[in-house]
Design a protein around this ligand. Structure first.
Ligand code: FES
Length: 75
């Protein structure tokens, strides 16, 4: 939720994450929290999943990244 990441589309990315959690019935298992700037603005948007930092997130890469980290990949 830092201003640099926010200006690069975090609002849209948060919505994608919320929809992903809902579609996979993970709302009770996954806690989604906004974070302040992680001091990696040049690599933003940034998110952390289970303490694993992911950089340069886009709407295109976000779902694959979440599936991979959360072990939901089908292929
Ligand atoms: S605003 Fe996202 S890392 Fe700084």
């Amino acid at each position: 939720m830092g201003s640099s990441c926010f200006s690069r589309g975090n609002k849209k990315l948060v919505r994608i994450i919320q929809d992903f959690l809902k579609e996979n019935n993970l709302q009770d298992e996954v806690t989604l929290k906004g974070a302040h700037c992680m001091s990696q603005c040049d690599k933003g948007p940034v998110m952390k999943v289970n303490d694993e930092a992911v950089y340069n997130i886009t709407g295109e890469t976000l779902l694959n990244t979440l599936e991979e980290i959360l072990g939901l990949s089908s292929g």
